[in-house]
Design a binder for this molecule. Structure first.
Ligand SMILES: [Zn+2]
Length: 314
């Protein structure tokens, strides 16, 4: 499934931020939240794969784009059929959910009884719907745009204050789709054409906020030790002083994290500082073996860490 830049950044960041960093806990929480969200999206994908769509359809998961005013949209799923276009917002919030429709106020009560407000998913989904309706009418495409909030956590309780709001349990999604099929008539919309219009505006949203370089830990970290320990380099192997793990490949994950957190360019000096190799010749040899594309001349030489650096593990 498609993963956002933000997620990739957070995953790398939680393993590389100093544990005593003032934002460590909040970043870890953001990471858990985004992971829960993904678990919800995976479940929804399975439900949709199991469902028999009536006629042609296309689904975009995690559709990201920037609107003409420069604001971003991140849509969990966009289901396109020849009868309707459905925006799906997936939630995987635990506890009990409450809603005050008059105020558009959305809250949850944790099992410990703590009540906290959450971004209103109806308003989020409605905003996507307005944007897409506008886009379709601009393109002269006549198709109803609808939205639904899907709760993917079966343990979540929906308070009766949510009665009448567009929220359902994931298991109800097939039935919801059947009702849409019954309600909306077939159109002559060309799905391929609509798909290419949507693809044309889709983009990968950049990471919302980046952490300063000096707050990111150096070193090739031991994955087995949950990134707590720094590996040292010895005769072509990365060795963990804590668990004794020996690996040739640990450098790839470290460089992937460098690329995500810091940037895709790295010089010999930056590499040495990052992975903890003192000797320039050893670093040069390592870089040669990595076979990264090289740019610049003399002191300005730098290497480009490829996007698929993790796939180079051999
Ligand atoms: Zn280890």
């Amino acid at each position: 499934m498609y993963r956002s830049e933000n997620l990739m950044y957070l995953v790398a960041l939680v393993s590389r931020l100093q544990t005593n960093d003032e934002e460590f806990t909040s970043i870890q929480e953001a990471y858990y939240r985004i992971n829960a969200g993904i678990a919800g999206e995976v479940k929804m994908k399975r439900t949709l794969e199991d469902y028999h769509f009536i006629g042609p359809y296309k689904i975009f998961y995690n559709f990201e784009c920037v609107n003409e005013k420069g604001f971003s949209h991140q849509i969990d799923a966009l289901i396109i059929t020849t009868r309707f276009l459905l925006v799906v917002e997936v939630k995987q919030i635990s506890g009990t959910l409450f809603y005050k429709p008059t105020f558009h106020e959305f809250a949850r009560q944790t099992e410990e009884g703590i009540i906290e407000n959450f971004p209103n998913p109806f308003d989020q989904a409605y905003r996507h719907k307005l944007f897409l309706s506008h886009l379709l009418s601009k393109c002269g495409i006549q198709l109803s745009v609808l939205y639904i909030v899907v709760n993917a956590n079966i343990r979540t309780k929906l308070d009766s204050s949510l009665d009448g709001s567009p929220i359902i349990y994931l298991s109800g999604l097939p039935n919801f789709l059947e009702k849409l099929y019954a309600k909306y008539a077939e159109t002559t919309v060309d799905l391929d054409q609509l798909e290419s219009k949507l693809l044309a505006i889709s983009c990968r949203l950049p990471v919302r906020r980046k952490i300063e370089r000096d707050r990111i830990r150096d070193g090739v970290l031991c994955e087995k030790c949950e990134f707590q320990h720094v590996l040292y380099y010895h005769h072509g192997l990365w060795i963990c002083p804590h668990c004794g793990e020996k690996s040739k490949e640990a450098i790839f994950l470290a460089l992937h994290q460098y690329r995500v957190l810091i940037g895709d360019r790295i010089t010999n000096r930056e590499l040495r500082a990052f992975v903890g190799i003192d000797c320039k010749a050893v670093a040069s040899k390592l870089l040669k073996r990595l076979n990264f594309e090289q740019f610049g001349k003399g002191r300005g030489v730098y290497y480009l860490i490829p996007e698929d650096v993790l796939e180079q593990v051999r």
